[in-house]
Write a protein that binds this ligand. Structure first.
Ligand code: NAD
Ligand code: 44H
Length: 455
């Protein structure tokens, strides 16, 4: 290999038996890495599809699906080439999507489509009022092979192709930071299937299983400096490296009648109940992330590591974790160890995790990360200070006090947050999250007072 060669395979790629939707950084640091490390990796290649832009598929295809995973500890980097992505496709290649989903070789579909990609409604079903969903349903009713955009519709299109080829059982494995993600995915796919084809649900009951998961590995958006670091250390000009932290965890529950990689041989854990791990992770890690993402910029911080170096932010984290702890169904010693490890993970000075990346889509993240604990505390008559801080900082963020607002619901939230007095904005924004929050006078008052103190 010449000093600046792109990564290239020296042998054949593993046969495609997994399809992934959402070819982003996290998938490459997590599910693709576990598959690469599994003892039977040679039998389980992945066909990975981007969700929106084609860039990652184009760049990865130019290097045979190979990329460098940089595991960035507080002291040093480790570099490893991941081989499990056998094919990479732009999401627009719908024929390839249908072909793979319709193939009897494929047994598993993994997903990282972001919280917003599930398109759920407030009561746990599919948001059929969303124009993208309505358009996809109409398209699939007219033609089962019509190109569709939303993730639930893509899955249903793939399942229709699979049924038409009698291709056998398949397990869907959602890997996003969504509470009870397996149930959420099962519901939106079931609702979309029912809207398209009355007989599909019965076939799905027999052939399709939906696993649920807790996924954990802090993986910031890669930067140009990361490409240069790989080049300097390995001599390879990798155009799509991913940087991640040493810590990683994957807890899964579900049935795999068509088989799966031996992910446990790479460290994944199979459990009957993912819930305790999921609550611990979504509340302690992701809740803390969102708290810092909205409240940290007002104290001059741009990254998680900068924020946790600030004693005021660390005190908020302590308050938040104290509020969460009574509701976690795990031994106290385990929670204490997780908290201590989190502080170290957040403080890793060599991981540049931008608060602005974490701040995106707060309307979908706060209900999962902050509200479950806030509601439990309110039922007991308590008002957790850190949750008030997070909500007040989010309102201020929406009023453009911090990082730029990126949210699937940005235009509605911006009008709710910016029109008129701050006090009214607080009520409107809380009502948009959950009307019951806006009816809680003590909470509203506290958030107003805190928001008024945020620049
Ligand atoms: N980055 C992390 O540290 C991390 C850790 C745990 C879980 N996750 C989960 O993974 C998700 C993706 O994170 P990432 O770091 O890979 O982000 P990323 O921006 O690198 O990649 C996101 C991928 O999802 C696709 N996507 C976005 N919206 C979609 C939609 N509506 N439908 C289908 N595909 C869509 C994008 O096209 C892209 O391929 C997160 O939203 C989170 O739920 C991330
Ligand atoms: O990826 P998101 O946008 O859901 O959330 C941002 C971070 O909170 C998240 O990526 C964490 O780093 C991750 O969940 C750690 O496992």
């Amino acid at each position: 290999m010449s000093p600046t060669a792109r990564p290239r395979r020296s042998g054949p790629a593993a046969p495609v038996r997994i399809v992934h939707l959402g070819l982003g950084s996290f998938f490459r640091a997590h599910q693709a890495w576990y598959t690469d490390r599994a003892s039977d990796a040679a039998g389980w290649g992945i066909a990975a599809f981007t969700g929106r832009r084609p860039d990652a598929a184009v760049a990865l295809s130019a290097q045979d699906g190979l990329y460098t995973l940089v595991t960035r500890g507080a002291e040093a980097d480790e570099f490893a080439v991941v081989h499990s992505v056998s094919r990479a496709y732009p999401g627009t290649d719908h024929e390839a999507w249908l072909d793979h989903l319709g193939s009897p070789d494929v047994r598993v579909v993994t997903l990282t489509i972001t919280e917003a990609g599930y398109l759920g409604d407030a009561v746990g079903g599919l948001d059929t009022a969303d124009p993208r969903v309505a358009a996809d349903i109409a398209a699939l009713r007219a033609d089962a092979r019509a190109p569709v955009i939303s993730a639930p519709a893509r899955l249903v299109a793939g399942l229709l192709a699979r049924r038409s080829r009698d291709a056998g059982p398949l397990t869907l494995v959602p890997c996003d930071n969504v509470a009870r993600v397996g149930s959420v995915l099962a519901a939106v796919v079931r609702d979309l299937a029912a809207a398209v084809d009355a007989g599909l649900a019965t076939w799905m009951d027999e052939q399709i299983r939906v696993a649920t998961t807790m996924v954990d590995r802090i993986t910031p958006r890669p930067a140009e400096a990361d490409r240069l670091a790989v080049l300097a250390a390995t001599g390879v000009d990798d155009r799509c490296p991913v940087v991640t932290e040493p810590f990683t965890q994957w807890v899964l529950a579900g049935e795999f009648p068509g088989g799966r990689p031996a992910w446990e041989s790479a460290g994944a854990m199979f459990s009957d109940d993912v819930t305790p791990f999921e609550d611990r992770k979504l509340w302690l890690l992701n809740g803390a992330h969102s708290l810092l993402a909205y409240a940290g910029p007002a104290r001059g911080h741009s990254t998680v590591a900068e924020a946790v170096a600030d004693p005021v932010c660390r005190a908020w984290l302590g308050e938040w974790w104290d509020a969460c702890e009574p509701y976690l169904a795990l031994p106290a010693a385990e929670v204490a160890a997780y908290r201590a490890a989190l502080l170290e993970r957040f403080a890793n000075p060599r991981i540049r995790h931008e608060l602005s990346q974490i701040a995106a889509d707060g309307s979908r993240k706060i209900p999962v990360r902050i509200l479950p604990v806030l509601r439990r505390e309110r039922e007991r008559g308590r008002l957790p200070n850190a949750a008030v801080t997070a909500l007040a900082a989010w309102v201020s963020h929406l009023r453009e006090a911090g990082t730029p607002v990126t949210d699937v619901d940005a235009s509605r939230l911006a009008s709710l947050a910016t029109a008129g007095r701050l006090a009214d904005a607080v009520s409107r924004v809380l009502a948009a999250l959950d009307p019951a929050l806006a009816d809680d006078a003590e909470l509203v008052r506290a958030v107003r007072v805190r928001a008024a103190g945020v620049p």
